[in-house]
Ligand binder design. Structure first.
Ligand SMILES: C[S@@+](CC[C@H](N)C(=O)[O-])C[C@H]1O[C@@H](n2cnc3c(N)ncnc32)[C@H](O)[C@@H]1O
Length: 271
């Protein structure tokens, strides 16, 4: 009897985890971008990055970062996989067109065949139809720091790399990863913030700001370059104002400015 009561108490405790809004994130970076990644994590999560896998309470979509890979929104936590299955069964989780994936963390990941087995076992206790081609919901399971987790898995989309194919670029353009990091430093992941790039060039930062969901405008002194920024935005069907003008004449208020200064260089584009 005591055993059952203890088990019930334990399950109740675990179910409480649903309400805490905790997320497991994993990320990766090339060694030369370590510092950019650390600054970005500090800006988005407000702590110093120690490991490439971490728990956080902020909800950040992995696709806004060049480094985040996936996010598991925790629904259940258990000390064994069997307990995790028990919790999910009791929770009567139901979804249509769902898929279960193992969130690989690069530490203590089971072998591929074992991971597939875990996903299959979990899939069998979730109500509704599974879909492996175009799932509407992806559930994730993972083992992290001695515990098993089940939740909603969000994986990054690399679709933003299409911005590399913007029709207009020039020698002063910055890279997409840098532009994304700058957006995250300025916006802290809070898309209610209003941003400006007052020397926007061909709009590299604007593209990443819009992709991340910000209200962002640009200003550019060179008429031709400003027009190219507008053309780049139109190419992706993005809407953002690009003012042709001098940074000194901006007479409006913003939460943050991302300024990629010309450093005395000026690239004239005649085409
Ligand atoms: C380093 S580039 C910006 C490049 C941009 N981040 C991109 O990736 O396309 C600096 C830009 O500032 C513009 N600029 C120079 N002086 C300016 C001023 N006083 N007001 C606004 N823009 C200015 C230049 O024409 C140039 O396009």
């Amino acid at each position: 009897m005591d055993k059952i009561r203890n088990r019930k108490r334990q399950i109740n405790h675990e179910v409480m985890q649903i309400k805490t809004g905790r997320y497991i994130y994993n990320l990766n970076y090339p060694s030369y971008e370590k510092e950019s990644c650390e600054i970005e994590v500090r800006s988005l999560f407000k702590f110093d990055l120690k490991e490439k896998v971490f728990l956080a309470s902020s909800k950040v979509h992995p696709s806004i970062s060049p480094f985040l890979k996936s996010r598991l929104e925790i629904i259940y936590k258990a000390s064994t996989f069997l307990e995790l299955i028990e919790l999910t069964t009791k929770g009567k989780i139901t979804a249509s067109d769902f898929m279960v994936k193992y969130m690989e963390l690069g530490i203590d990941d089971p072998h591929f065949t074992k991971r597939r087995e875990y996903c299959k076992t979990m899939g069998l206790v979730i109500g509704g139809l599974a879909c492996f081609t175009s799932p509407k919901i992806t559930f994730g399971i993972t083992f992290y720091q001695g515990n098993w987790y089940f939740g909603n898995l969000t994986e990054r989309s690399l679709y933003w790399k299409k911005h590399n194919n913007k029709p207009h670029s020039y020698s002063s353009s910055i890279g997409l990863s840098t532009a994304k990091v700058l957006i995250n430093i300025a916006g802290n992941g809070d898309t209610s913030k209003r941003l400006i790039d007052p020397c926007c060039g061909v709009g590299t930062v604007l593209l990443e700001g819009i992709w991340a969901g910000y209200d962002i405008i640009g200003c550019e002194i060179n008429r031709k370059t400003a027009e190219n920024a507008r053309k780049n935005l139109r190419h992706f069907n993005y809407e953002a104002t690009v003012i042709t003008g001098d940074i000194q004449d901006i007479d409006d208020r913003f939460d943050a400015a991302i300024v990629d200064l010309p450093y005395g260089n000026f690239s004239l584009k005649n085409d």
